[in-house]
Design a protein around this ligand. Structure first.
Ligand SMILES: [Cu+2]
Length: 223
């Protein structure tokens, strides 16, 4: 849309020369600047400790307001002033991004918080670990491969013993019909961990639960 000139650097961009592109260029440029500021600012604020984030946000806002006020007091708002304004707005963000990338100011601490806690873990695959804590399994889904013997580790971080039993049908699980189990894992004591070997299963979906606490349950999907 701007083959004639490079409008970003042309000091005449604010004049009458480009009547057609300007209505498009100005919003586009504004969008780019807004996107840069938003992404940069959020990057900065996320990387620093929450207590400091408020201060930094206020300081950055004050910086922009002061810069705008100074420029507003000038007699003429030329394109040079606009560039100055842009630099003033962007430089703390650039500095912030550098700080964020270097991990200064609690960045590492925050990265740790990004890791999913056990309670929200995804499906546990064969060879994986299911944990138990506060009378809950870390996942309600176990995924195994049909016709293959699988290992499953039960890591008990709780103060009560737990186990994993797999039932043939949901009804059997609801009824705690122990004659219709596909697997009965041994009890794992508080703070202990055990690796079960589950013999090959056919394709299907089978409920599993802790036989001691039947409310702790999920589904084994065999595919
Ligand atoms: Cu249990």
């Amino acid at each position: 849309m701007s083959e004639q000139h490079s409008p970003g650097t042309d000091p005449m961009v604010g004049e009458v020369r480009f009547k057609v592109p300007l209505p498009i260029l100005i919003p586009l440029a504004a969008l780019v600047v807004i996107a840069l500021v938003t992404i940069g600012m959020s990057r900065v604020l996320l990387a620093i400790p929450p207590e400091a984030a408020t201060t930094v946000a206020i300081a950055a806002s004050a910086n922009v307001l002061i810069a705008a006020a100074i420029l507003a007091h000038r007699k003429r708002m030329g394109s040079t002033s606009l560039i100055e304004m842009g630099v003033i707005v962007l430089y703390p963000i650039v500095i912030g991004i550098v700080i964020a990338l270097l991990g200064i100011g609690g960045g590492e601490e925050h990265a740790g918080a990004d890791e999913a806690p056990p309670a929200q873990a995804g499906p546990v695959a064969a060879g994986g670990t299911l944990s138990a804590e506060t009378l809950q399994f870390s996942s309600g889904a176990i995924e195994l491969v049909a016709g293959e013997e699988s290992e499953l580790t039960l890591d008990n971080a709780d103060s009560a013993p737990h186990n994993v039993w797999i039932y043939e049908t949901a009804q059997d699980a609801d009824d705690l019909n122990d004659d219709a189990t596909l697997f009965q894992g041994e009890d794992v004591g508080p703070g202990e961990s055990a690796t079960y070997t589950i013999s090959a299963l056919d394709k299907g979906e089978f409920p599993f639960l802790c036989r001691i606490h039947p409310a702790m349950r999920g589904v084994v999907t065999v595919e």
